[in-house]
Design a protein around this ligand. Structure first.
Ligand SMILES: [Zn+2]
Length: 57
């Protein structure tokens, strides 16, 4: 079985476990749903929320 660990779609870092940590989040990217690591989530949370709001509402 090839290991396919979650990879952050923003910075490209790989999760330390096979499952995405709870601190990770997802966002809609050009290729669909992308995983975002906790670090990028903190940095982009406002942008993500603003994006969702503008796109969904
Ligand atoms: Zn990241």
């Amino acid at each position: 079985m090839a290991e396919q660990r979650p990879v952050c779609g923003v910075c490209g870092t790989t999760a330390e476990s096979d499952d995405a940590p709870l601190t990770w989040s997802t966002q809609l990217g050009r290729r669909g749903v992308e995983l975002v690591c906790d670090r990028c989530t903190r940095e982009n949370v406002r942008a993500i929320e603003g994006k969702l709001e503008s796109e969904w509402w």
